[in-house]
Design a protein around this ligand. Structure first.
Ligand SMILES: Nc1ncnc2c1ncn2[C@@H]1O[C@H](COP(=O)(O)OP(=O)(O)O)[C@@H](O)[C@H]1O
Ligand SMILES: [Mg+2]
Length: 174
């Protein structure tokens, strides 16, 4: 098992890589919440305008926890909460962050009413919780993160899928 270093500020946090399935898919084993936060922070720091980060995983998987760290990495000091009732929350950082939680949408029509294209194809960064529910609306190039409960209580497995170019950018932290 290869050990990769996830760089956060001065600290280095080790994240174990379970498998490199292909150049477009990597699986990470995250031991605890602190390491999840380190990963999110590092990810937030390397995001570029137009990036769409798609999060999937059951309730309690850690989607919101990860989003909070991504926001920190984007230089957002505002308190980030789950936008369950509003679908999308906006924050100003190094880049604008549009944090979606689409769990409660009943129909994709609601996404059209929201003007989702302005966000998904805009010049900020989108993080979408429950992204699988709006998969058809997503841009082709996206950072797809599947979070699974691990064997231990605080352990999570993250499957990262993206295009080759984006994966190269992500290699700096995974
Ligand atoms: N490794 C981990 N990564 C993320 N969250 C973790 C981890 N271990 C324990 N947790 C806990 O799991 C819960 C995740 O909740 P949350 O981020 O709201 O999940 P989701 O948004 O996917 O429903 C939090 O209570 C968090 O403290
Ligand atoms: Mg959530």
């Amino acid at each position: 098992m290869t050990v990769f270093i996830c760089k956060i500020y001065e600290q280095s946090i080790e994240i174990q890589e379970v498998q490199t399935v292909s150049e477009q898919e990597v699986t990470l084993l995250i031991e605890n919440e602190e390491k999840m936060q380190a990963f999110g922070l590092s990810l937030g720091k390397l995001l570029l305008k137009g990036d769409v980060v798609c999060l999937t995983g059951d309730l309690g998987a850690g989607k919101t926890t990860l989003t909070k760290s991504i926001a920190l990495g984007l230089g957002i000091d505002e308190y980030v909460t789950s936008p369950s009732y509003t679908i999308v929350n906006e924050y100003e950082g190094r880049l604008p962050l549009y944090h979606f939680d689409v769990y409660r949408i009943n129909d994709v029509e609601e996404m059209y009413e929201l003007g989702y294209e302005e966000y998904f194809f805009g010049s900020g960064v989108c993080v979408i919780e429950w992204a699988g529910m709006v998969e058809d609306l997503l841009p082709e190039n996206r950072i797809w993160l599947e979070i699974y409960q691990g064997e231990q209580f605080t352990e999570r497995k993250i499957i990262i899928k993206s295009d080759e170019e984006t994966m190269k950018r992500l290699e700096a932290i995974i």
